[in-house]
Design a protein around this ligand. Sequence first.
Ligand SMILES: Nc1ncnc2c1ncn2[C@@H]1O[C@H](COP(=O)(O)OP(=O)(O)OP(=O)(O)O)[C@@H](O)[C@H]1O
Length: 253
Amino acid sequence: MCKAARVRFDQTWFRYARRAGWALTEVNATVDPGATVVVLGRNGAGKSTLLQLAAGVLEPVRGAVLDRPPVVGWVPERFPADQPFTTEQYLTAMAALRGLRGSRSRSEIDQWVERLGLGEHRHLRLGALSKGTAQKVGLAQALLVPPGLLVLDEPWEGLDSAARTLVPQIVAEVTRAGGAVLISDHRGEIASLPGAIRWSVQNGTVVTGVPAPEPAPEDVILELAVARAEADQVMARLSAEGHRILRVREERA
Ligand SMILES: Nc1ncnc2c1ncn2[C@@H]1O[C@H](COP(=O)(O)OP(=O)(O)OP(=O)(O)O)[C@@H](O)[C@H]1O
């Protein structure tokens, strides 16, 4: 079980430079242990800034982010692949930073390499990886130790369909273990995360408790059965065409 905490934005303000406008103003919000918070909002609204403040990558200019748990997994929108390491060397170094060494480090790395399909890329340099593969390395490093807070910035970007299906599973595993997940999503793919709480960032202001989309009186609700492997792609296509995905459920045998 990870060490979970109730992460709080307390009157948090942020701007990138002294003379720049505020990217976020007066954020007051709480992420409870075991919660999945989806951060919605247009390009440039401030989602990444909010996530970086939550992860501790950025420090607030005013106010504070309080009670961040000891282990925070941070997956940026673009994994910085311009580093002179192979996948294996990088993950070993990240495991050591997290206090994992020897056989414990190897077994965690093996597990995530296998799960994310990174086997054939293990001994390649990060700079030689495709964007999607580099994203998977970014995901693996964040999960080597179960995080009390997992922060995912647009995790679907660049991932292949097998890895996209894994994202909701990973989120569910982290929350089941008591960790919280904060995840940004500008394409509305989040429908595949049941029970998620929704926040919206609009012009630097964070609105919490955004209701899930409801059908309008003129709507017709279609129920579709889609092969599991294709579900994410179908949802992405439907969202891109302007349809709203209300609910996703899995029929269990
Ligand atoms: N490193 C930076 N330096 C200066 N301004 C920045 C920097 N990063 C972001 N900004 C500005 O801060 C504001 C919020 O950007 P942010 O990246 O948080 O938005 P976003 O909602 O995540 O957008 P996107 O979906 O495009 O990633 C924007 O006006 C952006 O131009």
